[in-house]
Design a protein around this ligand. Structure first.
Ligand SMILES: NC(=O)c1ccc[n+]([C@@H]2O[C@H](COP(=O)([O-])OP(=O)(O)OC[C@H]3O[C@@H](n4cnc5c(N)ncnc54)[C@H](OP(=O)(O)O)[C@@H]3O)[C@@H](O)[C@H]2O)c1
Length: 465
């Protein structure tokens, strides 16, 4: 019986497309809990002899070459544990399970430890690029047992997106390193998406621009930014609704959902004591958007703000600067958190390599990743991208221009939370003096928490009254 190089469980949108992608170069057996999905997939999507459908787990496992390589593309959380448990009776020592879903990094640590104790090798692999990327080449972020990665690296490299620097995949580190990096990738994605949403909001409410005009502006800017998120924003602005003939963006409800990776990034940042306010603003903005009914009710109780008189030609360069500035800061926050996590969890991350594999295939691919790689090539231990030669003076110049946007947005009642957070992050990170002396004094006043002094070593307490 022919034995297949790799197996994949989970034939939803990502699993189907990844199977078709892998099958261009490798033989692959597939399985899915709901059998009708397997049949539909084989009948409607597969035209390649490299794909074998299996309808029982035992049949699936026995169709694979040893050591078996099994990729899971299933819903993150409990389903991953259930599927691993159901596979275990059929697996042997040295077989490899690859979790390609958006699993929480702590779940990946737990699963890897449990499986390694049973002699099964484990890879936690972040995959970005959505359904298009899965089919045409995603950015792949693997972590876990390094010797297991060596045995699947050819399959991963053939499936991944590719730039002139190579395949957009690289072994990132032990245990949950891959899933951690993917989580932060998504956190940065939340931040940049919100920055774009705020610029759109400003353009429509303060500058009274129409979607077509905004689309043209985003498209023009993107000749410089070369950013996937800016590119799709430009395209979204131009899209007509076939039913009404109106611009579709005007008909879409202003309530955004989220699946968890942004929230997990913020939770992890808090656990590690590292601030990521621009990314946090992206998460908070989705939470605020979700309470639409309350917002609508509240809006009736407040007079609408008067629109400030603005000069379009003067404001557009400021908005472009804000997009540059806040996008760089979102990356800077993400990389700083990666550095903290790498130290804490001993991932030994290579930040230049992470920026390289994000250059294509993934949602946060952009022209900024080239100078980010250059910055880490010059100093791998860089504390923050804000001090890198590639960004320092540009950030400073852009920061100066953001003030006017923030003032006019506030006059018009338009929240620019992510842009404002990025500016505050920059100002805090380069502030010689912050007002935490007062915080220390307050804590000591009400809780006898003690404080440190500038002029003497030691810990002090004062009877304040
Ligand atoms: N969609 C994206 O753009 C994207 C991008 C990057 C990463 N991801 C990640 O990739 C993974 C797959 O995503 P997706 O959107 O293709 O699918 P999904 O909706 O997250 O998951 C659906 C798949 O999980 C299976 N499943 C759910 N519960 C199960 C259980 N208890 N036992 C066995 N199988 C179970 C489903 O099987 P049935 O058909 O039997 O229900 C189906 O194959 C997820 O972790 C997701 O977060 C998605």
């Amino acid at each position: 019986m022919k034995k297949y190089e790799i197996g994949l469980i989970g034939l939803s949108v990502m699993g189907q497309n990844l199977t078709l992608n892998i099958a261009r170069n490798h033989s692959i057996a597939v399985y899915n809990r709901t059998k009708s999905k397997i049949r539909n997939f084989m009948e409607n999507k597969v035209q390649n002899q490299n794909v074998k459908a299996t309808y029982e787990l035992e049949e699936f496992v026995s169709s694979l070459k040893k050591p078996r390589k099994i990729m899971l593309m299933i819903k993150a959380g409990k389903p991953v544990d259930l599927v691993i448990d159901s596979l275990l009776p059929y697996l042997e020592k040295d077989d490899i399970i690859i979790d390609g879903g958006n699993s929480h990094f702590e779940d990946t640590n737990r699963r890897l430890k449990n499986l390694n104790e049973k002699g099964i090798r484990y890879l936690g692999v972040g995959i970005s690029g959505g359904e298009y990327g899965a089919l045409h080449g995603p950015s792949i972020m693997p972590g876990g047992n390094e010797n297991a990665y060596a045995e699947v690296s050819d399959i991963m490299e053939n499936a991944a997106a590719r730039t002139e620097k190579g395949a957009c995949v690289s072994y990132l580190g032990p245990r949950s390193a891959g899933h951690y990096v993917k989580m932060i990738h998504n956190g940065i994605e939340y931040g940049i998406m919100e920055v774009l949403a705020e610029i759109y909001d400003y353009m429509r409410k303060v500058m009274q621009l129409k979607p077509v005009e905004m689309g043209n502006i985003f498209a023009k800017w993107n000749q410089e930014f070369d950013s996937y998120l800016v590119e799709i924003t430009a395209k979204i602005m131009q899209k007509d609704d076939p039913k009404t003939g109106r611009k579709l963006i005007d008909l879409i409800l202003d309530k955004a959902k989220h699946k968890g990776t942004g929230k997990w990034s913020v939770q992890s940042a808090l656990d590690l004591g590292t601030a990521i306010p621009t990314i946090n603003a992206g998460v908070n903005a989705r939470l605020m958007s979700a309470i639409k009914t309350e917002r609508v009710e509240n809006s009736a109780q407040f007079a609408s703000s008067s629109r400030p008189v603005v000069n379009k030609e003067e404001l557009l360069p400021l908005l472009k600067s804000a997009l540059y500035f806040a996008s760089v800061i979102a990356y800077a926050e993400g990389f700083k958190l990666l550095k903290t996590a790498s130290n804490e969890y001993e991932y030994n991350l290579n930040y230049k390599e992470i920026a390289r594999i994000w250059e294509d295939g993934c949602i946060i691919r952009s022209g900024l990743l080239e100078p980010i790689q250059a910055a880490f090539a010059e100093d791998m231990q860089l504390n923050s991208l804000i001090t890198a030669r590639q960004f320092k003076s540009q950030l400073n110049a852009a920061a100066d221009k953001i003030d006017k946007l923030i003032t006019t947005a506030a006059q018009a009642g338009v929240p620019l939370t992510a842009i404002h957070s990025a500016l505050d992050y920059f100002n805090s990170l380069k502030a010689k003096e912050l007002p935490a002396n007062l915080i220390q004094a307050q804590r000591d006043f009400f809780g006898a928490h003690t404080y440190q002094r500038r002029d003497q070593e030691g810990t002090f307490h004062t009877e304040w009254e």
